[in-house]
Design a protein around this ligand. Structure first.
Ligand code: SAH
Ligand code: SF4
Length: 438
Protein backbone atom coordinates (compact mmCIF):
# COMPACT_ATOMS: atom_id res chain seq x y z
CA UNK A 1 0.00 0.00 0.00
CA UNK A 2 2.92 2.34 0.60
CA UNK A 3 3.98 1.83 -3.03
CA UNK A 4 0.47 2.79 -4.11
CA UNK A 5 0.42 5.80 -1.75
CA UNK A 6 3.84 6.96 -2.96
CA UNK A 7 2.64 6.84 -6.58
CA UNK A 8 -0.40 8.88 -5.63
CA UNK A 9 1.79 11.44 -3.82
CA UNK A 10 3.77 11.77 -7.06
CA UNK A 11 0.45 12.33 -8.89
CA UNK A 12 -0.50 15.12 -6.44
CA UNK A 13 2.91 16.78 -6.72
CA UNK A 14 3.29 16.62 -10.51
CA UNK A 15 1.01 19.63 -11.23
CA UNK A 16 3.21 21.65 -8.85
CA UNK A 17 6.17 20.97 -11.12
CA UNK A 18 7.75 18.12 -9.22
CA UNK A 19 9.02 15.00 -10.92
CA UNK A 20 10.78 11.95 -9.52
CA UNK A 21 14.57 11.89 -9.39
CA UNK A 22 16.72 8.79 -9.41
CA UNK A 23 18.89 9.86 -6.50
CA UNK A 24 18.24 11.88 -3.35
CA UNK A 25 21.22 14.12 -4.27
CA UNK A 26 19.20 15.59 -7.15
CA UNK A 27 16.04 16.16 -5.12
CA UNK A 28 14.52 19.45 -3.93
CA UNK A 29 12.22 17.43 -1.72
CA UNK A 30 12.63 14.00 -0.16
CA UNK A 31 9.63 12.17 1.26
CA UNK A 32 10.21 9.07 3.35
CA UNK A 33 6.99 7.10 3.21
CA UNK A 34 7.01 4.90 6.26
CA UNK A 35 5.55 1.82 7.89
CA UNK A 36 5.01 1.44 11.62
CA UNK A 37 4.00 -2.19 11.81
CA UNK A 38 7.14 -3.36 13.61
CA UNK A 39 9.80 -1.65 15.65
CA UNK A 40 12.59 -2.03 13.11
CA UNK A 41 10.67 0.07 10.59
CA UNK A 42 10.82 3.10 12.92
CA UNK A 43 14.54 2.60 13.52
CA UNK A 44 15.11 2.54 9.79
CA UNK A 45 13.34 5.87 9.37
CA UNK A 46 15.75 7.52 11.77
CA UNK A 47 18.81 5.95 10.18
CA UNK A 48 17.62 7.05 6.71
CA UNK A 49 16.96 10.55 8.01
CA UNK A 50 20.50 10.66 9.40
CA UNK A 51 21.88 9.57 6.04
CA UNK A 52 19.88 12.22 4.16
CA UNK A 53 20.69 15.09 6.47
CA UNK A 54 24.17 15.87 5.02
CA UNK A 55 22.58 16.18 1.56
CA UNK A 56 20.24 18.85 2.87
CA UNK A 57 23.14 20.71 4.52
CA UNK A 58 25.15 20.53 1.30
CA UNK A 59 22.23 21.89 -0.73
CA UNK A 60 21.76 24.76 1.69
CA UNK A 61 25.48 25.60 1.68
CA UNK A 62 25.26 26.11 -2.06
CA UNK A 63 22.20 28.37 -1.67
CA UNK A 64 19.54 25.72 -2.39
CA UNK A 65 16.76 24.13 -0.39
CA UNK A 66 15.76 20.58 0.33
CA UNK A 67 12.39 19.93 1.92
CA UNK A 68 12.58 16.82 4.06
CA UNK A 69 9.33 15.05 4.88
CA UNK A 70 8.25 11.95 6.73
CA UNK A 71 4.93 10.48 5.58
CA UNK A 72 2.93 7.37 6.40
CA UNK A 73 2.27 5.53 9.61
CA UNK A 74 5.48 6.38 11.51
CA UNK A 75 4.62 10.04 10.89
CA UNK A 76 1.08 9.39 12.11
CA UNK A 77 2.17 7.65 15.30
CA UNK A 78 5.35 9.48 16.18
CA UNK A 79 5.03 12.91 14.56
CA UNK A 80 6.08 14.92 17.62
CA UNK A 81 8.93 12.57 18.42
CA UNK A 82 10.29 12.89 14.87
CA UNK A 83 10.19 16.69 15.05
CA UNK A 84 12.04 16.61 18.35
CA UNK A 85 14.63 14.05 17.37
CA UNK A 86 15.20 15.29 13.80
CA UNK A 87 14.96 19.10 13.88
CA UNK A 88 15.88 19.31 10.18
CA UNK A 89 12.65 17.59 9.11
CA UNK A 90 10.26 20.16 7.54
CA UNK A 91 7.04 18.18 7.14
CA UNK A 92 5.39 15.29 8.92
CA UNK A 93 2.10 13.99 7.55
CA UNK A 94 -0.03 10.90 8.07
CA UNK A 95 -1.43 8.47 5.48
CA UNK A 96 -4.86 10.11 5.27
CA UNK A 97 -3.62 13.62 4.48
CA UNK A 98 -1.44 13.44 1.39
CA UNK A 99 -4.12 14.95 -0.88
CA UNK A 100 -3.34 18.14 1.11
CA UNK A 101 0.30 18.10 -0.09
CA UNK A 102 -0.05 21.25 -2.28
CA UNK A 103 -0.99 23.38 0.75
CA UNK A 104 1.61 21.69 2.96
CA UNK A 105 4.40 22.16 0.40
CA UNK A 106 3.48 25.80 -0.20
CA UNK A 107 3.67 26.49 3.54
CA UNK A 108 6.92 24.56 3.96
CA UNK A 109 8.58 26.45 1.11
CA UNK A 110 7.23 29.83 2.24
CA UNK A 111 8.53 29.38 5.76
CA UNK A 112 11.58 27.32 4.86
CA UNK A 113 13.53 26.49 8.00
CA UNK A 114 11.21 28.68 10.14
CA UNK A 115 8.02 26.70 10.55
CA UNK A 116 7.37 23.00 10.38
CA UNK A 117 4.26 21.34 9.08
CA UNK A 118 2.56 18.61 11.07
CA UNK A 119 -0.55 17.02 9.63
CA UNK A 120 -1.76 13.87 11.33
CA UNK A 121 -5.51 14.48 11.11
CA UNK A 122 -8.07 11.96 10.04
CA UNK A 123 -10.06 14.28 7.72
CA UNK A 124 -13.80 13.70 7.52
CA UNK A 125 -13.64 13.73 3.74
CA UNK A 126 -11.68 10.80 2.34
CA UNK A 127 -8.49 11.70 0.50
CA UNK A 128 -9.78 9.62 -2.41
CA UNK A 129 -12.44 12.29 -3.07
CA UNK A 130 -9.87 14.92 -3.92
CA UNK A 131 -6.89 13.08 -5.33
CA UNK A 132 -6.19 13.85 -8.99
CA UNK A 133 -6.52 11.05 -11.53
CA UNK A 134 -3.41 8.91 -11.42
CA UNK A 135 -0.88 9.92 -14.10
CA UNK A 136 2.17 7.85 -13.37
CA UNK A 137 2.78 4.91 -15.69
CA UNK A 138 2.59 1.84 -13.53
CA UNK A 139 3.76 -0.90 -15.88
CA UNK A 140 1.86 -4.11 -16.54
CA UNK A 141 1.23 -4.88 -12.87
CA UNK A 142 -0.61 -2.18 -10.93
CA UNK A 143 -1.82 -1.70 -7.38
CA UNK A 144 -5.26 -0.27 -6.67
CA UNK A 145 -6.31 0.71 -3.13
CA UNK A 146 -9.95 -0.16 -2.52
CA UNK A 147 -10.14 -0.21 1.26
CA UNK A 148 -8.16 1.31 4.10
CA UNK A 149 -7.96 1.17 7.83
CA UNK A 150 -9.20 -1.52 10.16
CA UNK A 151 -11.79 -2.00 12.90
CA UNK A 152 -10.58 -5.42 14.06
CA UNK A 153 -8.11 -4.37 16.76
CA UNK A 154 -5.89 -7.41 16.95
CA UNK A 155 -4.06 -6.88 20.22
CA UNK A 156 -0.59 -6.65 18.62
CA UNK A 157 -1.41 -4.30 15.76
CA UNK A 158 -1.00 -0.54 15.25
CA UNK A 159 -2.98 -0.34 12.00
CA UNK A 160 -6.34 0.68 13.54
CA UNK A 161 -4.53 3.58 15.25
CA UNK A 162 -2.31 4.72 12.37
CA UNK A 163 -4.52 4.14 9.32
CA UNK A 164 -7.74 4.79 11.20
CA UNK A 165 -11.21 3.30 10.90
CA UNK A 166 -12.25 0.99 8.11
CA UNK A 167 -13.20 2.78 4.90
CA UNK A 168 -14.26 1.34 1.55
CA UNK A 169 -14.06 3.41 -1.64
CA UNK A 170 -17.18 3.52 -3.82
CA UNK A 171 -17.23 0.77 -6.45
CA UNK A 172 -17.60 3.06 -9.46
CA UNK A 173 -14.50 5.06 -8.54
CA UNK A 174 -12.55 1.80 -8.27
CA UNK A 175 -13.81 0.43 -11.58
CA UNK A 176 -13.02 3.73 -13.33
CA UNK A 177 -9.52 3.63 -11.88
CA UNK A 178 -9.09 0.00 -13.01
CA UNK A 179 -10.17 0.97 -16.55
CA UNK A 180 -7.67 3.82 -16.65
CA UNK A 181 -4.92 1.52 -15.39
CA UNK A 182 -5.83 -0.94 -18.17
CA UNK A 183 -5.76 1.88 -20.75
CA UNK A 184 -2.26 2.74 -19.49
CA UNK A 185 -1.02 -0.79 -20.05
CA UNK A 186 -1.83 -2.66 -16.83
CA UNK A 187 -2.70 -6.33 -17.39
CA UNK A 188 -2.57 -7.32 -13.72
CA UNK A 189 -4.34 -5.48 -10.92
CA UNK A 190 -3.78 -6.13 -7.23
CA UNK A 191 -6.63 -4.79 -5.12
CA UNK A 192 -5.26 -3.44 -1.85
CA UNK A 193 -6.53 -2.93 1.65
CA UNK A 194 -5.36 -3.55 5.20
CA UNK A 195 -8.41 -5.72 5.43
CA UNK A 196 -9.27 -5.96 1.79
CA UNK A 197 -11.94 -8.64 2.07
CA UNK A 198 -13.86 -6.60 4.62
CA UNK A 199 -14.61 -4.35 1.61
CA UNK A 200 -18.20 -3.11 1.58
CA UNK A 201 -18.43 -0.11 -0.69
CA UNK A 202 -21.30 1.80 -2.29
CA UNK A 203 -22.12 -0.01 -5.48
CA UNK A 204 -24.11 1.19 -8.47
CA UNK A 205 -27.92 1.18 -7.88
CA UNK A 206 -27.56 2.05 -4.20
CA UNK A 207 -26.53 -1.48 -3.29
CA UNK A 208 -23.56 -2.31 -1.08
CA UNK A 209 -20.90 -4.23 -2.93
CA UNK A 210 -18.61 -6.88 -1.48
CA UNK A 211 -15.14 -7.74 -2.74
CA UNK A 212 -16.58 -10.56 -4.86
CA UNK A 213 -18.77 -8.04 -6.77
CA UNK A 214 -15.72 -5.86 -7.47
CA UNK A 215 -13.65 -8.79 -8.69
CA UNK A 216 -16.49 -9.79 -10.96
CA UNK A 217 -16.73 -6.27 -12.42
CA UNK A 218 -12.98 -5.89 -12.91
CA UNK A 219 -12.84 -9.29 -14.61
CA UNK A 220 -15.12 -7.78 -17.32
CA UNK A 221 -12.36 -5.32 -18.35
CA UNK A 222 -10.97 -7.12 -21.36
CA UNK A 223 -7.33 -5.99 -21.12
CA UNK A 224 -7.07 -7.09 -17.51
CA UNK A 225 -5.82 -10.67 -17.50
CA UNK A 226 -4.93 -11.12 -13.85
CA UNK A 227 -6.57 -10.03 -10.61
CA UNK A 228 -5.18 -10.44 -7.10
CA UNK A 229 -6.15 -9.01 -3.73
CA UNK A 230 -4.26 -8.50 -0.49
CA UNK A 231 -4.32 -8.56 2.55
CA UNK A 232 -7.27 -10.56 3.63
CA UNK A 233 -8.50 -11.80 6.99
CA UNK A 234 -9.69 -15.42 7.39
CA UNK A 235 -12.90 -14.26 9.09
CA UNK A 236 -13.96 -12.19 6.10
CA UNK A 237 -13.66 -15.02 3.56
CA UNK A 238 -17.41 -15.15 2.96
CA UNK A 239 -19.13 -17.56 0.61
CA UNK A 240 -19.38 -15.02 -2.24
CA UNK A 241 -15.62 -14.42 -2.12
CA UNK A 242 -14.86 -18.13 -1.99
CA UNK A 243 -17.07 -18.65 -5.06
CA UNK A 244 -15.32 -15.73 -6.81
CA UNK A 245 -12.19 -17.87 -6.82
CA UNK A 246 -13.87 -19.78 -9.65
CA UNK A 247 -13.31 -16.68 -11.85
CA UNK A 248 -10.44 -17.60 -14.11
CA UNK A 249 -8.75 -14.18 -13.99
CA UNK A 250 -8.55 -14.25 -10.19
CA UNK A 251 -5.12 -15.77 -9.72
CA UNK A 252 -4.82 -19.11 -7.89
CA UNK A 253 -2.73 -17.70 -5.07
CA UNK A 254 -3.95 -16.23 -1.82
CA UNK A 255 -2.04 -14.53 0.97
CA UNK A 256 -4.12 -15.39 4.02
CA UNK A 257 -2.40 -14.44 7.29
CA UNK A 258 -3.18 -16.66 10.26
CA UNK A 259 -0.47 -15.50 12.73
CA UNK A 260 -0.65 -18.61 14.93
CA UNK A 261 -1.93 -22.17 14.85
CA UNK A 262 -2.91 -22.19 18.54
CA UNK A 263 -6.49 -21.34 19.52
CA UNK A 264 -5.24 -19.98 22.84
CA UNK A 265 -2.86 -17.55 21.12
CA UNK A 266 -5.41 -16.64 18.42
CA UNK A 267 -7.76 -15.64 21.21
CA UNK A 268 -5.09 -13.62 23.04
CA UNK A 269 -4.41 -11.90 19.72
CA UNK A 270 -8.14 -11.12 19.36
CA UNK A 271 -8.11 -12.64 15.88
CA UNK A 272 -11.77 -13.66 16.35
CA UNK A 273 -11.40 -17.07 14.71
CA UNK A 274 -10.11 -20.56 15.47
CA UNK A 275 -7.58 -22.73 13.67
CA UNK A 276 -10.45 -24.89 12.48
CA UNK A 277 -12.04 -21.94 10.73
CA UNK A 278 -8.76 -21.42 8.91
CA UNK A 279 -8.67 -25.05 7.74
CA UNK A 280 -12.31 -24.81 6.71
CA UNK A 281 -11.70 -21.71 4.56
CA UNK A 282 -8.69 -23.33 2.89
CA UNK A 283 -10.66 -26.49 2.13
CA UNK A 284 -13.60 -24.58 0.65
CA UNK A 285 -11.25 -22.55 -1.54
CA UNK A 286 -9.60 -25.75 -2.79
CA UNK A 287 -12.98 -27.12 -3.80
CA UNK A 288 -13.65 -24.05 -5.97
CA UNK A 289 -10.07 -23.73 -7.26
CA UNK A 290 -8.19 -27.01 -6.84
CA UNK A 291 -4.78 -25.60 -7.88
CA UNK A 292 -4.92 -22.62 -5.46
CA UNK A 293 -1.72 -21.99 -3.42
CA UNK A 294 -1.38 -20.14 -0.14
CA UNK A 295 1.01 -17.94 1.76
CA UNK A 296 0.59 -16.60 5.27
CA UNK A 297 1.98 -14.35 8.02
CA UNK A 298 3.10 -15.60 11.42
CA UNK A 299 3.98 -13.86 14.66
CA UNK A 300 6.36 -15.94 16.77
CA UNK A 301 6.82 -15.47 20.50
CA UNK A 302 3.53 -13.69 21.17
CA UNK A 303 3.17 -13.26 24.98
CA UNK A 304 2.14 -16.58 26.52
CA UNK A 305 3.20 -18.72 23.55
CA UNK A 306 4.42 -22.08 24.89
CA UNK A 307 6.27 -24.80 23.01
CA UNK A 308 2.92 -26.60 22.67
CA UNK A 309 1.30 -23.52 21.08
CA UNK A 310 4.23 -23.18 18.73
CA UNK A 311 4.07 -26.84 17.70
CA UNK A 312 0.40 -26.24 16.81
CA UNK A 313 1.56 -23.50 14.47
CA UNK A 314 4.05 -25.90 12.84
CA UNK A 315 1.27 -28.46 12.58
CA UNK A 316 -1.00 -25.94 10.84
CA UNK A 317 1.76 -25.24 8.29
CA UNK A 318 2.26 -28.98 7.75
CA UNK A 319 -1.44 -29.40 7.07
CA UNK A 320 -1.99 -26.39 4.83
CA UNK A 321 1.27 -26.50 2.83
CA UNK A 322 2.41 -23.00 1.94
CA UNK A 323 4.33 -21.71 -1.06
CA UNK A 324 5.81 -18.83 0.97
CA UNK A 325 5.30 -17.00 4.26
CA UNK A 326 6.32 -13.92 6.17
CA UNK A 327 7.24 -14.59 9.77
CA UNK A 328 8.22 -12.15 12.47
CA UNK A 329 9.10 -12.19 16.13
CA UNK A 330 6.48 -10.38 18.19
CA UNK A 331 7.34 -6.70 18.39
CA UNK A 332 5.52 -4.77 21.15
CA UNK A 333 3.96 -1.66 19.60
CA UNK A 334 3.27 1.33 21.86
CA UNK A 335 -0.42 1.88 22.54
CA UNK A 336 -1.53 -1.67 21.66
CA UNK A 337 -2.93 -4.03 24.33
CA UNK A 338 -0.27 -6.70 23.68
CA UNK A 339 2.49 -4.24 24.55
CA UNK A 340 1.40 -4.47 28.21
CA UNK A 341 0.96 -8.23 28.34
CA UNK A 342 2.92 -10.31 30.79
CA UNK A 343 4.30 -13.81 30.04
CA UNK A 344 6.84 -12.50 27.55
CA UNK A 345 8.66 -15.16 25.57
CA UNK A 346 12.42 -15.01 26.01
CA UNK A 347 14.10 -13.59 22.94
CA UNK A 348 16.44 -16.55 22.41
CA UNK A 349 13.47 -18.91 22.54
CA UNK A 350 11.53 -16.79 20.06
CA UNK A 351 14.56 -16.69 17.71
CA UNK A 352 14.93 -20.45 17.87
CA UNK A 353 11.23 -20.98 17.11
CA UNK A 354 11.38 -18.48 14.25
CA UNK A 355 14.28 -20.41 12.72
CA UNK A 356 12.39 -23.72 13.00
CA UNK A 357 9.30 -22.24 11.39
CA UNK A 358 11.31 -20.70 8.57
CA UNK A 359 13.10 -24.00 7.90
CA UNK A 360 9.73 -25.71 7.50
CA UNK A 361 8.28 -22.98 5.26
CA UNK A 362 11.44 -22.88 3.12
CA UNK A 363 11.27 -26.64 2.60
CA UNK A 364 7.63 -26.34 1.48
CA UNK A 365 8.48 -23.45 -0.81
CA UNK A 366 11.37 -25.36 -2.44
CA UNK A 367 9.21 -28.47 -2.79
CA UNK A 368 6.54 -26.45 -4.61
CA UNK A 369 9.08 -24.80 -6.91
CA UNK A 370 10.58 -28.19 -7.75
CA UNK A 371 7.12 -29.64 -8.40
CA UNK A 372 6.74 -27.07 -11.19
CA UNK A 373 9.70 -28.47 -13.16
CA UNK A 374 8.51 -29.77 -16.51
CA UNK A 375 5.26 -27.78 -16.42
CA UNK A 376 4.28 -24.91 -18.71
CA UNK A 377 3.16 -21.91 -16.67
CA UNK A 378 2.02 -18.48 -17.83
CA UNK A 379 4.37 -15.76 -16.55
CA UNK A 380 3.87 -11.98 -16.60
CA UNK A 381 7.27 -10.43 -17.33
CA UNK A 382 7.46 -7.06 -15.59
CA UNK A 383 11.12 -6.80 -14.51
CA UNK A 384 14.54 -7.16 -16.03
CA UNK A 385 16.87 -9.78 -14.61
CA UNK A 386 20.36 -9.24 -13.28
CA UNK A 387 22.02 -10.47 -16.45
CA UNK A 388 21.72 -8.86 -19.86
CA UNK A 389 18.92 -10.43 -21.91
CA UNK A 390 17.25 -11.82 -18.80
CA UNK A 391 13.61 -11.08 -17.99
CA UNK A 392 11.84 -11.76 -14.69
CA UNK A 393 8.20 -12.27 -13.99
CA UNK A 394 5.67 -14.05 -11.82
CA UNK A 395 3.62 -17.19 -12.26
CA UNK A 396 -0.07 -17.23 -11.42
CA UNK A 397 1.03 -18.88 -8.15
CA UNK A 398 3.24 -15.85 -7.43
CA UNK A 399 6.78 -17.31 -7.81
CA UNK A 400 9.54 -15.36 -9.53
CA UNK A 401 10.66 -16.87 -12.81
CA UNK A 402 13.57 -15.81 -14.96
CA UNK A 403 14.19 -16.56 -18.62
CA UNK A 404 16.54 -15.51 -21.40
CA UNK A 405 14.22 -13.77 -23.86
CA UNK A 406 14.10 -10.93 -26.35
CA UNK A 407 12.85 -7.53 -25.23
CA UNK A 408 9.54 -8.10 -27.07
CA UNK A 409 8.49 -10.43 -24.24
CA UNK A 410 8.80 -7.61 -21.68
CA UNK A 411 5.44 -6.50 -20.22
CA UNK A 412 3.62 -9.50 -21.67
CA UNK A 413 2.31 -12.83 -20.38
CA UNK A 414 4.07 -15.82 -21.98
CA UNK A 415 3.87 -19.57 -21.56
CA UNK A 416 7.09 -20.68 -19.93
CA UNK A 417 8.49 -24.20 -19.78
CA UNK A 418 9.89 -24.49 -16.25
CA UNK A 419 13.31 -26.12 -16.32
CA UNK A 420 14.47 -25.60 -12.73
CA UNK A 421 12.74 -24.88 -9.43
CA UNK A 422 15.09 -23.36 -6.86
CA UNK A 423 14.56 -22.22 -3.25
CA UNK A 424 13.40 -18.69 -4.08
CA UNK A 425 12.76 -18.67 -7.82
CA UNK A 426 12.42 -20.75 -10.94
CA UNK A 427 14.17 -20.74 -14.28
CA UNK A 428 12.51 -21.52 -17.57
CA UNK A 429 12.38 -21.02 -21.29
CA UNK A 430 9.81 -19.49 -23.61
CA UNK A 431 9.30 -22.14 -26.25
CA UNK A 432 8.14 -19.79 -29.00
CA UNK A 433 11.56 -18.09 -29.01
CA UNK A 434 13.33 -21.40 -28.88
CA UNK A 435 15.99 -19.85 -26.71
CA UNK A 436 18.60 -22.18 -25.32
CA UNK A 437 18.30 -22.74 -21.59
CA UNK A 438 20.44 -20.61 -19.26
N1 SAH B 1 -4.41 -7.12 8.10
C1 SAH B 1 -3.53 -8.21 8.04
C2 SAH B 1 -2.12 -7.91 8.52
C3 SAH B 1 -1.55 -6.55 8.42
S1 SAH B 1 -0.04 -6.30 9.26
C4 SAH B 1 -4.07 -9.33 8.91
O1 SAH B 1 -5.01 -9.14 9.61
O2 SAH B 1 -3.49 -10.39 8.92
C5 SAH B 1 1.09 -7.32 8.36
C6 SAH B 1 1.76 -8.37 9.20
O3 SAH B 1 2.68 -7.79 10.11
C7 SAH B 1 0.81 -9.16 10.08
O4 SAH B 1 0.18 -10.19 9.38
C8 SAH B 1 1.69 -9.66 11.20
O5 SAH B 1 2.18 -10.94 10.92
C9 SAH B 1 2.82 -8.63 11.24
N2 SAH B 1 2.71 -7.83 12.46
C10 SAH B 1 1.80 -6.88 12.73
N3 SAH B 1 1.98 -6.38 13.97
C11 SAH B 1 3.06 -7.02 14.48
C12 SAH B 1 3.74 -6.96 15.73
N4 SAH B 1 3.36 -6.14 16.69
N5 SAH B 1 4.82 -7.78 15.91
C13 SAH B 1 5.22 -8.63 14.94
N6 SAH B 1 4.60 -8.73 13.74
C14 SAH B 1 3.54 -7.94 13.52
FE1 SF4 C 1 -3.98 -5.28 12.21
FE2 SF4 C 1 -4.90 -6.98 10.31
FE3 SF4 C 1 -5.66 -7.25 12.87
FE4 SF4 C 1 -6.53 -5.15 11.45
S1 SF4 C 1 -6.99 -7.34 11.08
S2 SF4 C 1 -5.80 -5.09 13.55
S3 SF4 C 1 -4.74 -4.73 10.15
S4 SF4 C 1 -3.57 -7.48 12.03
Amino acid sequence: MNVYDSNRMADVLRPLGYESTDTAEDADMVILNTCHIREKATDKVFSDLGRLRPLKTKKEQSGGKMIMAVAGCVAQAEGDFILKRAPYVDMVFGPQTYHELPEMVAKAIGAYGEARIVNTDFPLESKFDSLPEEQATHGPSAFLSIQEGCDKFCTFCVVPYTRGAEYSRPATAIIDEAKRLADNGAVEITLLGQNVNAYHGDGPNGKTWALADLIDAIAQISNIARIRYTTSHPRDMDESLIQAHGIDKLQPFLHLPVQSGSDKILEAMNRKHTRDLYFDVIERLRVVRPDITFSSDFIIGFPGETEKDFVETLDLIERVKLVSAYSFKFSPRPGTPAANMKNLVRDDIASERLARLQTLVNAQQTAFNKSCEGRILPVLFDRRGKRKGQLMGRTAYNQSVYVEAPESAFNTIRDVFIENGFDNSMQGRINEFNTPSA
